[in-house]
Ligand binder design. Structure first.
Ligand SMILES: [Ca+2]
Ligand SMILES: [Ca+2]
Ligand SMILES: [Ca+2]
Ligand SMILES: [Ca+2]
Length: 610
């Protein structure tokens, strides 16, 4: 029934019509209450995607990923600044973030760039913002957006609406000073780093927006790698003669940073007060999770050659590292690994978030099952992901349900750090293909990379990775960055022959993005659990809307959603039809519903072998 509902009516009318027509039941319906941000916030109807009328030709055939970078008009190239000296940061960048900066319901792309080193300038390098044209193509709007006047040695990015004005803002990490770009809502961004007090110098890597004190304002956590500067650069060599990129053992670590959002555009560095100051850390990836399900956000931080950390939120502004006690600090042999990209997700319908960590070659991906009661179990080998990833050096890594069967799968973006690795280890290569693991259920994963088309089989020197449904056909597309090279946009073709439900949350008492909100979906007797999150993967961020795969279409399928917001408020909505993009506002419930516009089976591109 909801499929017939148009998109032209306003939010209030939409709620009434939806409730009446679709028979939605709200357990916690309450009168909207006045709250401080109400006036400044946009009407939720502004979030409705303006997709064309749905095409009912449902696709068929196997899922394939097609590299559409060129046809999409994306010409970004990362500049590592490498000039032969092999400075450590050159081999580490950079990231990609999906951001719907114009709030038209279509995900835009932000790509972080590094730059030439001082004294070795050949040209200027800037990050790139690509606007989604709603037709599979993108336009470079970096200049119009005002993002082309800060050159920096960029590493990563994080997307979150820190001032709750309804427009997602951008934090960009770098070697040197980081930058906070406030989204002005008119297509432009303003550098507000100074006023906000978040420049956080050093060697920053991944960053994350999360509300650790549940006050409705997003706080900022920044991971740092090592103490490095050009004058402290060490000489390392694989062959005893020529310089190679050093491993992090050559340098001292650098502490993570936590910034508390004070409101009014200002932040306070509370790292020490929060118990997080630790200069032994060499952190690369961050995942937010609530592993003990107490409603307070915890963090998992992957450290390169140092123990990984699980920072439990103590509810009083402090954190305690429970990594060792929880069993996630070390590999199975008791050694530290080269933790890079990370993600947290309920990959087996346990109702709790497990952990995924990308590691070095010969270490394999780490997969931890969350057993509850504060303990994780290393299931890397038992699940099948460790063996098939042993030869890979994984940076970007995340859970996502690429085939929409309801079971979260795993993507890993790989590429060695040493461009000369095959000289000393001929079995290893600098460029490596990504890995896609299909979740077979019962805790098992199968490497299906070879069956996904030629695009995923091509070796690249991958670093960042993120997903979003860029064409609003219901399935998740993937973007991967490469070091000192182009970024790749891989379109997911044909996964949407399965049903799905996509959900965008709008917080009112909670932060506007609903970051930290937990959504439990029940359909056909199966419960799926997901959380709206910033960060994860490596230097990157996927889109904020959640996608739930619902498997084969069956007549009469309905879905029930239960949402626990960071404020503690609960919303419960039943009798939802599949294949919609819903916008759900805290307390109000569904405020907009847009049917998924299926695109029929796409022809395989010329680059797609087989
Ligand atoms: Ca904002
Ligand atoms: Ca906060
Ligand atoms: Ca799946
Ligand atoms: Ca898609």
């Amino acid at each position: 029934m909801m499929r017939q509902i148009g998109v032209g009516f306003g939010a209030i009318c939409g709620v009434v019509l939806l409730l009446a027509a679709a028979g939605c039941k709200h357990k916690d319906v309450e009168q909207p209450v006045a709250e401080p941000f109400a006036a400044a916030r946009p009407s939720p109807s502004a979030h409705v995607p303006d997709a064309a009328a749905p095409v009912n030709a449902r696709p068929s055939g196997p899922v394939q990923f097609t590299d559409i970078t060129a046809q999409a008009g994306i010409r970004f190239r990362h500049n590592s600044g490498a000039f032969g000296e092999k400075y450590l940061p050159e081999t580490m960048g950079s990231g990609v973030c999906f951001i719907d900066y114009g709030r038209d319901g279509w995900q835009d792309i932000f790509l972080v760039n590094s730059m030439d080193w001082p004294g070795h300038k050949t040209h200027k390098s800037y990050p790139a913002l690509y606007h989604n044209n709603h037709d599979g193509t993108f336009t470079d709007v970096t200049r119009q957006a005002g993002l082309d006047d800060v050159e920096m040695y960029g590493m990563g990015c994080a997307v979150g609406d820190f001032d709750n004005d309804g427009y997602d803002d951008l934090y960009v990490t770098a070697v040197g000073k980081n930058h906070l770009f406030r989204n002005l809502g008119n297509g432009r961004f303003a550098d507000v780093t100074g006023k906000a007090g978040v420049s956080d110098p050093g060697f920053s890597t991944s960053a994350i927006w999360f509300d650790y004190d549940n006050d409705g304002k997003l706080d900022l956590f920044v991971s740092h790698y090592v103490e490095w500067s050009a004058d402290k650069d060490q000489f390392c060599s694989l062959d005893g003669k020529n310089k190679s990129y050093c491993t992090p053992q050559a340098y001292k670590g650098q502490s993570v940073t936590l910034f508390h959002n004070l409101g009014h555009g200002r932040f306070e560095d509370v790292t020490k007060r929060a118990g997080l100051y630790d200069p032994t850390c060499k952190s690369l990836g961050i995942a937010m999770l609530d592993y003990d399900n107490d409603g307070w956000m915890d963090l998992f931080v992957a450290n390169d050659t140092q123990p990984d950390k699980l920072y439990r939120n103590n509810h009083d502004g402090t954190f305690t590292d429970e990594g060792v006690a929880a069993g996630v600090a070390y590999g199975e042999s008791g050694t530290t690994r080269a933790g890079m990209g990370v993600d947290a997700g309920d990959y087996d319908h346990a109702g709790r978030q497990g952990l995924l960590v990308g590691n070095f070659t010969n270490e394999g991906l780490a997969l931890y099952h969350n057993d509850g009661s504060g303990l994780f179990r290393d299931v890397s080998v038992a699940s099948g992901v460790a063996t098939d990833s042993l030869r890979s050096l994984t940076f970007g890594a995340f859970f996502f349900d690429y085939d929409l069967d309801g079971l979260p799968d795993i993507f890993a973006a790989n590429g060695h750090v040493a461009d000369d690795i095959s000289v000393t280890q001929p079995s290893l290569k600098y460029a490596e293909p990504p890995l896609l693991f299909r979740n077979e259920g019962r805790g098992k994963f199968e490497d299906v990379t070879g069956r996904m088309g030629a695009a995923l089989r091509r070796p690249i020197v991958a670093r960042g990775a993120a997903y979003a449904d860029i064409d609003l056909d219901g399935d998740l597309d993937v973007m991967v960055t490469t070091n000192n090279g182009p970024a790749h946009l891989f379109r997911n073709d044909n996964a949407n022959k399965n049903d799905m439900l996509r959900v965008k949350l709008v917080g009112t008492r909670s932060n506007h993005d609903g970051i930290g909100a937990k959504v439990t979906l029940t359909s056909k007797g199966v419960r799926q659990f997901a959380m709206v999150k910033s960060g994860s993967s490596y230097l990157s961020q996927s889109e904020l809307p959640l996608t739930f795969g619902l498997g084969k279409p069956e007549p009469g399928t309905t879905v029930r959603l239960e949402i626990v917001w960071p404020s503690g408020h609960r919303d419960s909505i039943s009798n939802i039809k599949p294949d919609q993009f819903l916008t759900i506002e805290e307390v109000k419930g569904i405020v907009a519903a847009q049917p998924i516009a299926f695109s029929a089976s796409k022809p395989a591109g010329p680059s797609l072998g087989k």
